[in-house]
Design a protein around this ligand. Structure first.
Ligand SMILES: C[S@@+](CC[C@H](N)C(=O)[O-])C[C@H]1O[C@@H](n2cnc3c(N)ncnc32)[C@H](O)[C@@H]1O
Length: 421
């Protein structure tokens, strides 16, 4: 690499908030004895960074933290194998790993004839592409693409040339996304699936259950007299970025389901236990302990999402006016997704689409997703009020994900309650 390429790689790493965590994931898989991780990590040389504050806690608590590290290793190994096993069970042939991080999944799946596409931020792809090329077999169908999961154009470009169903996995992405970013990624995955078919599998929405059951319950924290605050400090110190509006931490399971459904996705929970397969780490435990650890996975599920068939696919776009609205229906509910500027020029387009939809269906509920709406004028507000009034007293109107400025306009004009803000 020349000087400027080295500089660029440094910058890319510095702006990637989870580069270190992604490194730990392969180091943990390597430690768990996953053969492909061992081969790949022999080149990458990645390690689990030392836990900050580790030396300051009492030896007994250090012992606890060591055991917790074993539990984390087990979580990584489980997620890796179970996702691969579930993918095989679907019979699909194209795996989109987003984000791929440094996991060696391409090597594992390509051996069985899968077309594997690893997608991640440039800092990761810079390293992963060349490293995997060194250990892959000549015929392996493995490609890597620099993307940003919140940017649809980058995804569509990466998957150009693919046709047929996609199995999209987003393992380990959502813990690092803000609310706005998470909504954008969900909308993007919907667009990918809607175009090509297939499913989206995510284990992140169960993260809390994983952490609680596997790391806390399995290790009998009380036995070590661990101070929860110390633990939290160590844990937060090891996260590169702390976000104030994290999607997962800020939402219940019901809320996450609601968001997914509103984005046009059907959600099915599939028991992960059925796909555990053989895990190296478990083999090293005494039999009774092995069963106890397996049992802990019984209540944990894959979230499997498919893009809903929509009764109409009307999508209305006017890029030149910097406005986009799309509508879809489910039963008596109308979902509208607006982005850009809702002003005097664009508001009539929203009303046009609404009236067209209303001629075909009778709606009792209207939800307007504004996560990408930058600006609303009084004309835009009037368009919302027209739709709200069309429901009469029978229905419910809700605006969701409005940004601070848009929300401010709605509140200041006295329509917050009517518009469900
Ligand atoms: C904890 S790692 C998980 C990677 C891998 N799936 C695994 O299980 O090891 C999180 C990954 O998310 C990637 N990431 C973070 N924000 C992203 C974004 N906006 N778009 C794409 N990838 C992103 C990081 O580069 C990192 O590789």
């Amino acid at each position: 690499m020349n000087e400027s390429a080295i500089q660029l790689a440094k910058v890319r790493r510095a702006i990637n908030p989870v580069y270190l965590t992604a490194q730990s994931c392969i180091a943990l898989l390597d430690r768990a004895g996953v053969e492909d991780a061992r081969r790949l990590n022999a080149i990458l040389g990645m390690r689990v960074p030392p836990m900050p504050g580790f030396m300051q806690v009492a030896p007994r608590q250090q012992e606890y933290l060591k055991r917790m590290a074993v539990a984390l290793t087990s979580i990584n190994e489980t997620r890796y194998h179970a996702t691969n096993n579930y993918f095989r069970s679907t019979g699909m042939r194209q795996f989109v790993d987003m984000p791929c991080g440094f996991v060696p999944r391409g090597l594992t799946l390509a051996r069985q004839g899968t077309r594997y596409m690893g997608l991640d931020l440039p800092a990761v792809i810079d390293v992963m592409g060349p490293a995997v090329r060194r250990v892959a077999n000549p015929g392996d169908d493995i490609t890597y693409h620099a993307i940003d999961a919140t940017n649809y154009a980058s995804l569509s470009q990466a998957l150009e040339g693919t046709s047929g169903e996609l199995f999209v996995s987003t393992e380990g992405l959502f813990p690092y996304l803000t609310n706005t970013e998470a909504h954008q990624v969900i909308a993007n995955v919907w667009r990918l699936l809607q175009g090509r078919g297939g499913c989206w599998v995510c284990t992140d929405f169960e993260l809390d259950a994983w952490n609680r059951r596997i790391t806390i319950e399995s290790l009998e924290r009380a036995e070590y007299g661990i101070d929860v605050e110390v633990l939290a400090k160590i844990a937060s110190g090891s996260m590169e970025t702390k976000m104030d509006s994290n999607f997962i931490e800020g939402s219940t399971r019901e809320e996450i389901t609601h968001v997914l459904e509103q984005a046009g996705l059907d959600v099915e929970l599939v028991p992960l236990f059925d796909y555990l397969g053989d895990m190296k780490l478990l083999e090293s435990l005494p039999e009774d302990r092995r069963d106890a650890v397996r049992d802990l996975y019984k209540d944990i599920s894959f979230w499997v999402m498919t893009a809903r068939e929509r009764s109409t696919g009307e999508t209305f776009t006017d890029e030149s006016q910097d406005f986009r609205v799309s509508a879809n229906y489910s039963g008596d509910q109308l979902f509208l997704h607006v982005s850009g500027r809702l002003d005097t020029l664009s508001a009539p387009k929203l009303i046009d689409l609404f009236q067209m939809a209303s001629r075909r269906h009778r709606f009792e509920r209207i939800t307007v997703n504004m996560n990408n709406l930058e600006y609303i004028s009084s004309a835009g507000l009037r368009a919302l009020i027209i739709m709200y009034k069309s429901l009469g007293t029978r229905g419910a109107f809700k605006v969701i994900n409005a940004n601070k400025d848009v929300r401010h306009v709605i509140v200041m004009t006295g329509f917050a309650e009517a518009l469900g803000i």
